[in-house]
Design a protein around this ligand. Structure first.
Ligand code: SME
Length: 155
């Protein structure tokens, strides 16, 4: 575990987001924006927190996010597209060691990306960057998937 305070933080964030989103968010974008805002401001290791939508099999477009200005389109390669193609979470302890990584901001050092799946197809990804190395591991996957599941009624 990277930070023993993180499980408690995920619990509190989930409870807050559930209260904000469940039966209350008017649509997918509003729910996504709410997830970004709460996660980004409550998780000190987050440098960038946001969503990319699948545009076609080779490209993604940016959705709601918090943090430094990001690439609006990701094309052909990268962590996010790898997540879409495998439909699995991707944990990248050092972005420089991930072949094809796209650096929207050179301060990003580690990254985690999770798919949002509707009827077996990845429709978007949640992407989180840290400006420090090795800030994500397998323990982040289940709590982030639980948060993503709040989007299911809106997808
Ligand atoms: N690093 C990502 C690009 C998105 S930014 O991190 C915000 C990638 O390689 O797909």
């Amino acid at each position: 575990m990277i930070d023993p305070r993180r499980p408690g933080r995920y619990e509190r964030i989930y409870a807050q987001l559930r209260g904000l989103i469940e039966g209350r968010s008017p649509n997918l974008i509003a729910a996504m924006a709410t997830i970004c805002a709460v996660l980004h401001h409550k998780m000190p290791h987050h440098f960038w927190t946001g969503f990319y939508f699948v545009r076609d099999e080779n490209s993604l477009t940016v959705g709601p996010y918090q943090g430094a200005v990001a690439c609006q389109v990701l094309e052909g390669r990268g962590v996010c597209l790898h997540c879409v193609r495998t439909a699995q979470p991707v944990v990248v302890p050092n972005v420089e060691e991930f072949p094809g990584h796209i650096a929207c901001d050179s301060r990003s050092k580690s990254e985690i990306c999770l798919p949002l799946i509707k009827e077996g197809r990845v429709v978007a990804v949640l992407d989180i960057d840290s400006d420090k190395l090795a800030q994500f591991d397998q323990d982040d996957i289940a709590p982030l998937e639980r948060i993503l599941a709040l989007l299911n009624p809106y997808v």
